[in-house]
Structures are given as C-alpha cells and as structure tokens.
Write a protein that binds this ligand. Structure first.
Ligand code: NOJ
Length: 552
C-alpha cells in the first residue's frame, strides 16, 4: 500500500479555540489568535489539529451544544477567519479535524425551536418524542450526579423528548433520512472550507435506534459506511476519528470488516489500562488491552491518548482496578467525576514527576496507532479543581509570565488562568520552557520528531516481547524490512530484563534518544537495565535502516 493514509503517521493535537489565544482582547480565544500560534504548533511538530466545537452555541457544554452547524460563533471570529485558519494550517503542512456533534443539538437550535412549536412542524420528527414519560426514562444517563434522566418534558410541545446527554441537548432522530442527509450536508460544508475530516462525537449514540420503546440501544452500523463513502467522494483523504468508548469485541463494527467504515477510533480500552499500569506498575492488563484491540485492516488506526477535555473515564476497569487508580491519582472525591472517572490533568496526577511524565508520553507515543496530545500537556499544565465538572482541565493555555499567562490582554479571561503554586503560569509556560533546553516542552518536541521518524509504529505490525517482568512492557514493530523496539519500565525501582528479538532483523539495538547500543549475548539475548520509570526507543539492526527499507 502506498503511504497515502496520512493519519497513520500523524501527531494530533487537540485544542479549543476559546482557550488557546485571544487576539482581540475580549478575554475569549479566537481564530486570529490561534492563527498567530500556528508557527508554534508547526515548531512543536504536530501534523494535525483536532479543533473542538467553535460553532454558535449557548456554551452550556463547552460548545457540544450546537445552535447552528454552518457558522462560527461570533466570539471566535467569522467564517472568513476560519478559512484563513485552515489555509494557514495547510501552508504549514498541518491538517485540521473538527468536531462533528450530530447526536444532538442545543435546545436553542432553530430546528428544535421549530419542532417543539407545532406537532406538524417541518422539524418535529427530527427529534425523538413521546407522549408519556417512557418507562426507561431514568436509565442510561451519561453524567450521573448531574443529569437525572434521558427524557424531559417540554411544555410547549406538550411532549417528552429524548436526550442522551444533558436536558439542553435534545437528541436528533438520526434514523430519519432527512436528518441523515443534513449530517452529510454539514460534513460537505466544512470539507469545502478546508478541513481534513471530523472527530465524530458520541458515535454509538448517533447510530443507535432511539425511541420511547427502545430499552437497549441497537446500533445501525451501516450508517457509518454512508458517512465514509460520502466523505471519500467529497475529499479522498478525509477521515473520521470516532469517539466510541466500546468493548474491543465491537471495534470491528466501527472500522468495518474490510475497513469500509471509520478510519480512526480513540482507544479507550488501552487508555484505561495504561492508567492502571501507571498506578500499579503492572503492565499485564495493558498488554491484554493492546492485544485485544489489534486491528486487522491497514486502513484502520487507533488514536492513542492520555487525557482529553473530558474526565478520564475508568468505567471499563473492574471495580477493584478503578479503586486502585483512584487511590493513586485521585484520592480526594473532588478529583473524581460521575462515579467513574478522574477530572484532573496528567501532570498533577503524577505530582509533576518528570520521570513519570516522560514515561507516560513515551508509551503513549509508541503504542500501536497515532498519538493525540492535549494542548498544554507539552508544558505540563495543571488543573483548577474549584471549577465545576470537566472545566477544571480546560483552563487557558499558558504562554508566558505576562499577565493572564499571555493568553489575553483582558483582565477577565473566559476561564481563570492557573496562577500561583506549582502549576501557575508564572512557573509553567511556553516562553520559559522554550529557552530551557531540558524543559518538558523541548523533550516533547524531540519525542514528536523521533515518533515521526519511526513510521513503523504507525504503520507496522506489532508484537509484544516476553520480558518475564510484569513491570516492563516491550513492543516490537516491523514495517518494510525495518524494525523498532520500545521498552518501558512502569516500576519505581530499576528492572533488568533479557529480551529475545526473534530471528528477523536481529543484531544490535541502537538507542534513538541517547548514545547507547546493545549487542546480543552468545545466546542471542539482549540484557537491558532500565532505571525507575525508564524507557528506551531502539532501532533494531543499526542506523542504516533506510538503505534496507523495502517498498512494500
Ligand atoms: C462527548 C464529548 O467529548 C463531551 O465533552 C460532551 O459533553 C458529550 N460528548 C456531549 O456532546
């Protein structure tokens, strides 16, 4: 296969325009500000931006409550600014993925306003209604503790409407062919304005059958093929990155047995077990998750991540495992959310321990798939736990020691910039780290570069090597006659492991990050000594690998 699948070796960086950079001084980030930071992003080495919702919205769920799918919220700029932005990205070789939030609209969306106004209205059947409160109304809430029900009564409509998420997010009746056609139109619109695809919100719910009589949602997977086909007709290399926190046995339904559905999915299973490994040192459940989510089609790719804009959802761990992760990283109930997750950023979870931060990003960037970084993680930003729900990890980017961290000239930023203490902008900011050769940010830049030069990880076949040490995970990648080996020690103490690489491409190991080589002993094994939380990225067989790279 030719290397056209750009997402197989991409570095994705997710950000929200509202908290990245404010150019007009109103305290809210905007596209002009973001454009001024594209050189920074290019320098960091990211190759794609996942841009969170920026459409007009009452902002009751950080923009995931869209009130107009074809516009830009005036607080962030205009459609003209958006096109300048996608153009600026293209000039720098950066692709743009935007959120596609079509499971639901805002209750302020004109479609919903029309739908509720009259049973005969054009948009009535764009939503999901019931005359009486459905039996299962209190089941399946996504935000327990904050959201009470999935059905609410609308006085004007004199009917109950379905909302998988908050009550101000009425679900679209996605089985309705007219709604489906509109979803395609929305995709077509943004594709025309220069995006390379979509991070599709809440995919299992988008494709679920909805209604008062549905007690267990059934997915209509073929809808995914329709989205994919449409996208490919409009723009051959556009992709969908699906948010679908599902069991590994269902992954194939989302990718499609012959890769005809979603190109990418976030790997929630690996994410949760990775945190378990970080909390306990035991990498065996992580190994299981990596194996269970092995993809079979070359077009299918995982998005590997550590933290994002939501809580770290640990719902797929066993109760014991979840409690162990809570105890390690979120002992205070205020750090936990919805009974299943942690709402903190990574750096404070790891108490700012540089060794563990490096270990975490190193493993994330070398897992089978494409890394997805969260803005601010490159400098080790912290969180504000006094902010409600998930807002604690959505504070403005910290650029410098200027007032408001250089994010805005306004004294009142959209969310308070973290100030004072170990994670305040006075200590943690881009400008200072840029000038410090040993900063986390410069380390990250180097790792991104190393990751891009190891396409074996994004493209290749992986195998997990036996280390006989639960704390040490060793993954080998093979692609086009080239091989890479990554080794991570999750333990707080040093570990010695003996590795057998197998017959092919064996020989010496060359460390890609420091001057270190390893030669096999007489029995063909490599003996590696890893320091506490140590990690290694090796090329197998030496540095003349490019000369050996084959075309298929
Ligand atoms: C998933 C998004 O990641 C989350 O932030 C949002 O609240 C829900 N979908 C509802 O759109």
């Amino acid at each position: 296969m030719i290397n056209d699948l750009w997402y197989k070796n991409a570095i994705i960086y997710c950000l929200s325009v509202s908290t990245y950079m404010d150019a007009d001084g109103d305290g809210i980030g905007d596209f002009r500000g973001l454009m001024n930071r594209l050189d920074y992003l290019q320098g960091l080495g990211v190759t794609a931006i996942w841009l969170m919702p920026f459409q007009p919205s009452p902002l009751r769920d950080d923009g995931y409550d869209v009130a107009d799918y074809y516009g830009v919220d005036p607080r962030y700029g205009t459609l003209g600014d958006f096109v300048e932005f996608t153009h600026g990205c293209k000039q720098r070789g950066i692709r743009v993925l935007i959120d596609l939030v079509v499971n639901h609209t805002s209750d302020k969306h004109p479609w919903f306003q029309d739908a509720r106004s009259d049973p005969k209205s054009q948009h009535r059947d764009w939503y999901v209604w019931a005359k009486k409160k459905p039996k299962h109304a209190d089941d399946g809430v996504v935000f327990p503790g904050v959201q009470k029900s999935t059905w609410s009564y609308d006085k004007l409509a004199k009917a109950w409407y379905f909302h998988r998420f908050y009550d101000f997010q009425p679900d679209l009746n996605t089985s309705n062919p007219r709604v489906q056609a509109e979803i395609l139109k929305i995709m077509g619109f943004w594709i025309q304005l220069g995006v390379s695809g979509f991070r599709m919100d809440a995919v299992p719910f988008v494709i679920a059958k909805k209604g008062a009589h549905v007690s267990r949602p059934t997915e209509q997977y073929d809808m995914l093929r329709t989205f994919r086909e449409f996208l490919s007709w409009r723009k051959g290399d556009a992709i969908v990155l699906a948010e679908a926190n599902v069991q590994p046995k269902t992954d194939l339904e989302y990718f499609g047995a012959s890769g005809e559905r979603m190109q990418m999915m976030f790997n929630f299973a690996v994410n949760q077990h990775l945190f378990y490994a970080l909390a306990t040192g035991d990498s065996r459940p992580l190994t299981k998750a990596i194996k269970a989510t092995k993809t079979t089609e070359a077009t299918a790719q995982w998005g590997q991540f550590l933290r994002n804009h939501d809580e770290l959802d640990l719902g797929r761990l066993t109760t014991r495992q979840r409690q162990t992760v809570f105890a390690a990283f979120a002992p205070d109930p205020n750090m936990q959310l919805y009974g299943r997750g942690i709402r903190r950023r990574l750096a404070p979870m790891l108490q700012g321990d540089r060794r563990r931060l490096e270990l975490s990003y190193s493993i994330m960037m070398s897992l089978p798939g494409t890394p997805v970084l969260r803005y601010g993680d490159e400098i080790g930003m912290g969180d504000s736990l006094h902010l409600p729900e998930r807002n604690c990890a959505r504070t403005p980017m910290q650029w410098s020691t200027e007032p408001q961290g250089g994010f805005t000239k306004n004294k009142k930023p959209t969310l308070p910039v973290i100030s004072g203490g170990a994670y305040g902008f006075e200590h943690v900011n881009v400008a200072q780290q840029r000038r410090d050769p040993n900063s986390l940010m410069n380390w990250m830049e180097r790792m991104i570069r190393t990751r891009k030069e190891a396409p074996e990880i994004g493209w290749g076949q992986f195998s997990i090597l036996q280390t006989r040490t639960p704390e040490v995970l060793a993954i080998r990648y093979d692609w086009r006659n080239n091989s890479v080996l990554v080794v991570h020690n999750f333990s707080a103490t040093p570990r010695e492991v003996r590795l057998e690489l197998g017959a092919e491409n064996s020989g010496c190991l060359v460390n890609l990050l420091s001057r270190e080589n390893s030669d096999p002993d007489a029995s063909g094994q490599h003996c590696l000594i890893l320091e506490p939380y140590g990690y290694r990225w090796f090329r197998i067989g030496g540095l003349d690998y490019i000369l050996k790279r084959s075309v298929t």
